[in-house]
Design a protein around this ligand. Structure first.
Ligand code: SAM
Length: 290
């Protein structure tokens, strides 16, 4: 079989199986031959017990990962792709396919069962419609992960990489920075996919941190405050957090002041350190309101 990144080969294989792309499942398959080898090389497969892939499609990235890793486990939602994958991955003895929805599977149990709970890396061309929940689930799930290397829409990649304190930052960037060191690796144009999506994409690598970059007394509360602060971007952080948490505004403003921020600051003006100090001060003030 020729390269699956060759549009002619891809069309022939899919045609033979009577496969039609599903927009609802975010099916845009890679047809740029340089992308998968670069992703497989960048994901650090050799340093891990194996690689978890989400959405193998016809297996174009899976085949590269199979060469780079000891073991690959690929989760695919669309059962129509399994006969195709049986054919395209026939020479890849270290690949195991799992049918299911990545958002519903118990990933901790899966990693324990398939990799003995050893640290693994994730490498995936993610379906666009679930980029944020998948990445948040992986980052916040307490899973044994070394890194995530993902192909996502370019704007999502920029948002995920944004530093707290910058304009593009959102609650999701806070979580990314708290759990990992993100780096934008390279861009991938819309013409690199079949069918082509409406926007360009980019590959992002998130190296998981071994210890958090800031101290907070309660992690769940820190993320509640961060999500609250970014929930209404046109409001000040004090107004948004006060509304989201039900905390009196003067106390929230006082917590901002004690974190070294202006009481009328907006969420995107708060660095990770200031957000942490703000949430810590608010945590201390809870006897006054919670
Ligand atoms: N890896 C292939 C490639 O690069 O050509 C396909 C990538 S395509 C953008 C996304 C893949 O994720 C599709 O195969 C789609 O069926 C699968 N998918 C969509 N939703 C999923 C879900 N909730 N869980 C697991 N896989 C899913």
């Amino acid at each position: 079989m020729g390269s699956l990144a060759d549009p002619g080969v891809l069309r022939e294989v899919l045609g033979r199986h009577g496969f039609r792309f599903s927009k609802a499942m975010g099916q845009n398959f890679l047809i740029n031959p340089s992308v998968c080898p670069r992703m497989a090389a960048a994901c650090g497969a050799e340093e891990c017990a194996g690689v978890l892939e989400i959405g193998p499609g016809v297996g174009v990235l899976t085949r590269e990962l199979s060469q780079a890793a000891k073991k690959v486990v690929s989760i695919e939602l669309d059962s129509r792709l399994f006969p195709v994958l049986e054919e395209t991955l026939s020479g890849c003895g270290n690949v195991e396919l799992v049918q299911g929805d990545v958002l519903k599977l118990d990933l901790a149990a899966l990693i324990q069962e398939k990799f003995g709970g050893e640290p693994i890396c994730v490498c995936a061309n993610l379906p666009y419609y679930i980029t944020s929940p998948v990445i948040m689930g992986l980052l916040e799930g307490g899973l044994p992960l070394k890194s995530l290397t993902v192909l996502v829409q370019k704007e999502a990649a920029q948002r995920l990489c944004a530093q707290p304190g910058s304009r593009e930052c959102g609650a999701v960037s806070v979580s990314v920075q708290y759990h990992s060191r993100p780096k934008l690796l390279f861009e991938v144009g819309r013409g690199s996919f079949m069918p082509p999506p409406k926007v360009d994409s980019a590959v992002l690598r998130m190296e998981m941190r071994t210890s958090p970059p800031v101290e907070v007394p309660d992690k769940a509360f820190f993320f509640r405050v961060a999500r609250g602060a970014f929930s209404q971007r046109r409001k000040t952080a004090a107004n948004a957090v006060s509304a989201a948490l039900g905390a009196p505004k003067p106390l929230v403003e006082e917590a901002l002041r004690s974190a070294g921020a202006q009481p009328n600051a907006r969420a995107e003006q708060l660095t990770l350190e200031k957000l942490a100090a703000f949430s810590s001060a608010l945590w201390e003030s809870r006897p006054g309101w919670a």
